[in-house]
Write a protein that binds this ligand. Structure first.
Ligand code: HEC
Length: 129
């Protein structure tokens, strides 16, 4: 009986840490386990759009793992510039964006709506440098 209790306790000790926390999976680059989202409320709203319209492609190593990136990551990687739509490649790459730079994203996917563009704009324009 004591042996059984010891065995169960050991199992729980080993399995506990595995059950908690997400495991990084390098072979699939599973976006949902790639990192945590943190940033302003405007960022979180923008991030929903990025996740839905962009991250199905932009999850690979060559494109970074956008859906796991924090607001700071987007800034430090130069994808967005605080308060500057025309200087934010993430924004100017979007087809139909409201700058003079023509975009082609989402590549082959359905175009972003006006309100989705509004959400992305209000994020970028509200970033404090
Ligand atoms: C169907 C796949 C696909 C989708 C969806 C997609 N992209 Fe891309 N994206 C690509 C490919 C392929 C490239 C590289 C070729 C190019 O630059 O046109 C790229 C390049 C980019 C680049 C320049 C390179 C980089 O990684 O910095 C930006 C910025 C970008 N995409 C933004 C977006 C945004 C914003 C969305 C969502 C609105 C989006 N993409 C959706 C496939 C996609």
């Amino acid at each position: 009986m004591n042996k059984l209790i010891t065995a169960v306790t050991l199992m729980l000790l080993f399995l506990g840490p595995i059950g908690c926390g997400k495991v990084y999976n390098s072979s699939t680059y599973d976006a949902s386990t790639y990192g945590s989202a943190d940033g302003s409320a405007q960022f979180l709203a923008a991030k929903t759009i990025i996740k839905n319209s962009c991250a199905n492609c932009h999850t690979r190593p060559s494109h970074e793992a956008w859906s796991g990136m924090s607001e700071k990551d987007f800034i430090s990687k130069g994808l967005v510039a605080a308060g500057n739509l025309a200087g934010s490649s993430l924004y100017t790459k979007i087809q139909g964006n409201r700058t003079s730079t023509p975009g082609n994203m989402p590549d082959g996917g359905s175009l972003l709506t006006g309100s989705e563009l509004d959400t992305l704009e209000s994020w970028i324009l509200n970033i404090t440098p």
